[in-house]
Design a protein around this ligand. Structure first.
Ligand SMILES: *[C@@H]1O[C@H](CO)[C@@H](O)[C@H](O)[C@H]1NC(C)=O
Ligand SMILES: *[C@@H]1O[C@H](CO)[C@@H](O)[C@H](O)[C@H]1NC(C)=O
Ligand SMILES: *[C@@H]1O[C@H](CO)[C@@H](O)[C@H](O)[C@H]1NC(C)=O
Ligand SMILES: *[C@@H]1O[C@H](CO)[C@@H](O)[C@H](O)[C@H]1NC(C)=O
Ligand SMILES: *[C@@H]1O[C@H](CO)[C@@H](O)[C@H](O)[C@H]1NC(C)=O
Ligand SMILES: *[C@@H]1O[C@H](CO)[C@@H](O)[C@H](O)[C@H]1NC(C)=O
Ligand SMILES: *[C@@H]1O[C@H](CO)[C@@H](O)[C@H](O)[C@H]1NC(C)=O
Ligand SMILES: *[C@@H]1O[C@H](CO)[C@@H](O)[C@H](O)[C@H]1NC(C)=O
Length: 545
């Protein structure tokens, strides 16, 4: 009996240590990772930043700034702004309610905020030579000062897709190399004005997105494509323009980084860019063609930008397949692009299965996105879904599903393939339907599942591989205008009442994230179950700015 007791004590001790040390990360539902006693910010190291993210067009509203490409796009093609025909003219109005944003982050105990500057708020006519809007500068100074007062580190994105429309009208924006000088001049002004306070700069959000969705399939601004892809397009060539736009983005990015590293070195900050990532798994892991398609997809998705950014050249497989449509870097350009980041921001949402594309389309129906010759699905050859539902589409065949372990593979891929960079996870999150009544929208246990399952795998990959990840930004601070979806979905960790946008409340996911961030190992929160209930939470104490 005595021996038994001792053994039990010993076993319990081991089991307790184990429970703290080796958290099992689940790939599929049910998730058990929401208990902040075992998984919390303390497992990520002292200086790890936990924050939330947003972007200017999605949150600010149009007041007080010049028109940009998303204004023009959503007004020209209202149906592309979202099923609700919405746009960013009015949204949660952070231009007015920025103090509310800060209050929510303060309540979350966030230590970082990733947001973007609206170029056309600072320079309404696109070029510095045509005048700077003092009101725009003042706005961002207030916001940044407010964040710093709450010890929230600002991460500023210079371009989150909202190019001043004048530059699109004049020379089609990133399709023309003139963008390099205009982007550099804009960045120069921002570094001079804000560089004393902002120490983390991001040049361009999601290098992959504007070339493909903006100039390939025209689902995003500026909405250019070949006539056969979408006859509403005002111009474009879906086969060629995406490659030119991607190339000019890389050159503009590199020019800005070069400027920062020379003229503004004394400011002592860091600069990088943001990649949208997904992980890719073979549709059939026993099929050589599927395995090849998976590797090819990684080159067309990551390598397109990461090979130039690390080696100053496009991947061999792309040069071989894309041929003369792929621009070349001069030697001087290659030198400037290679190594042009201090950190990488990685956005991660979903993983897909890859298989070779079997259909051949006529040349007029071709888009650059077809060059990889890969078809992506959420279901594999055995008919298995990759994971829980990510977002429901009107057409069930277009539903998307998520795979938390994908974040592990993505981080490890960047570590091994691209020379172990400093990484911040700059976006990760999930939407819920915009039609849900408030009580349902606030009891968002599915969002907690999403966030904690990804954080679990993020922690695991850091522990197991030593990948140099130093921060995580959940998408998003609050509900806002979603590109192409309008207000039909909500991505926020806080709920925004669209009748009165000053009425904001942490959802259960926000309350969970707050505990995750603020928990001290000595003083774990007593009760966790409330997160699974539909307890409504309405904080009246937020400052009424
Ligand atoms: C790029 O824009 C400049 C300035 O508007 C224009 O002069 C030039 O012709 C454009 N280049 C191309 C290739 O369209
Ligand atoms: C090619 O585009 C035309 C015009 O949009 C369309 O009618 C046709 O179905 C497309 N063909 C294929 C194979 O996608
Ligand atoms: C890039 O360089 C290669 C090799 O010199 C050449 O074959 C190709 O045509 C060039 N592409 C362009 C767009 O100039
Ligand atoms: C794409 O796949 C089709 C069908 O499998 C094949 O005929 C074609 O050669 C492939 N193209 C490339 C560039 O790999
Ligand atoms: C796109 O440009 C290429 C190269 O100039 C040309 O061969 C092709 O026909 C163009 N496609 C369309 C749809 O205009
Ligand atoms: C939203 O705000 C309006 C105006 O204050 C209020 O009448 C309404 O009850 C609020 N809606 C929800 C769901 O809280
Ligand atoms: C964060 O934790 C500290 C120490 O346990 C506690 O005093 C504080 O109230 C917590 N903050 C919030 C916003 O809950
Ligand atoms: C969270 O905020 C409270 C006060 O708002 C502060 O006392 C506490 O130290 C913060 N905790 C962390 C982990 O930053």
């Amino acid at each position: 009996m005595k021996l038994h007791g001792l053994a039990l004590v010993f076993l319990l001790a081991v089991a307790t240590c184990k429970a703290v040390e080796d958290i099992t990360c689940q790939e599929k539902e049910p998730f058990t990772c929401s208990n902040t006693d075992s998984l919390n910010s303390k497992s990520f190291g002292k200086d790890f930043i936990f924050g939330v993210a947003s972007s200017a067009y999605q949150i600010e509203g149009g007041r007080g700034r010049g028109p940009n490409t998303w204004d023009a796009f959503t007004h020209r093609y209202p149906e592309k702004g979202g099923p609700d025909l919405a746009n960013g003219d009015t949204t949660c109005e952070s231009y007015t309610n920025w103090q509310k944003d800060i209050d929510i982050m303060d309540e979350l105990n966030a230590t970082g905020y990733r947001f973007s500057f609206a170029w056309s708020r600072i320079i309404p006519k696109g070029k510095v030579s045509r005048g700077v809007n003092q009101g725009g500068l003042d706005y961002y100074h207030q916001l940044i000062d407010g964040l710093i007062a709450k010890k929230i580190t600002p991460f500023v994105t210079l371009y989150h897709w909202d190019l001043p429309q004048t530059l699109q009208d004049e020379y089609e924006g990133f399709l023309n190399r003139t963008i390099i000088d205009d982007f550099r001049d804009y960045a120069d002004l921002c570094f001079k004005e804000f560089g004393g306070k902002v120490k983390h700069w991001i040049t361009i959000n999601q290098l992959y997105t504007v070339p493909t969705r903006g100039y390939g399939i025209a689902t995003d601004a500026p909405g250019r494509c070949s006539p056969a892809i979408d006859k509403r397009c005002y111009g474009g060539n879906s086969s060629t323009e995406p490659y030119i736009v991607a190339h000019n983005q890389l050159l503009a990015h590199a020019a800005v980084v070069n400027l920062y590293r020379t003229k503004y070195k004394f400011q002592g900050g860091k600069i990088g860019t943001v990649m949208i990532t997904r992980w890719f798994l073979p549709f059939d892991e026993n099929d050589k063609d599927c395995i090849d398609a998976t590797e090819r997809m990684k080159e067309f998705f990551f390598g397109w930008f990461m090979e130039p950014l690390t080696k100053g050249r496009y991947p061999d497989i792309m040069r071989k397949i894309v041929g003369s449509k792929l621009p070349n870097f001069t030697e001087a350009e290659a030198r400037q692009v290679a190594g042009s980041y201090d950190f990488l921001g990685l956005n991660y949402y979903v993983t897909q299965y890859a298989q070779p594309t079997k259909t051949i389309v006529p040349p007029e129906n071709h888009t650059a996105m077809m060059d990889a010759n890969v078809t992506l699905t959420y279901v594999n050859s055995r008919g298995e879904l990759i994971g829980p539902l990510f977002a429901k589409d009107d057409d069930p065949k277009k539903n998307s599903y998520y795979y938390p372990k994908g974040i592990y593979f993505v981080m490890d891929h960047f570590r091994t393939r691209y020379f172990n960079p400093l990484i911040y996870v700059t976006e990760n999150g999930i939407s819920s339907p915009g039609t849900e009544p408030r009580e349902v929208a606030i009891a968002d246990s599915k969002r907690i599942d999403y966030l904690c399952s990804h954080l679990c795998f993020l922690r695991k990959v850091i522990k197991e591989t030593g990948v140099n990840v130093k921060g995580y930004f959940a998408w998003s601070l609050g509900d806002n205008y979603e590109f192409c979806k309008g207000f039909t979905v909500r991505f926020g960790l806080s709920y925004v009442n669209w009748t009165d946008v000053t009425d904001r409340n942490l959802k259960d996911s926000g309350k969970w994230y707050q505990r995750f961030i603020n928990v001290t190992t000595n003083n774990p929160p007593a009760k966790q179950d409330f997160l699974r209930s539909s307890l409504s939470f309405h904080n009246k104490n937020l400052a009424d700015a």
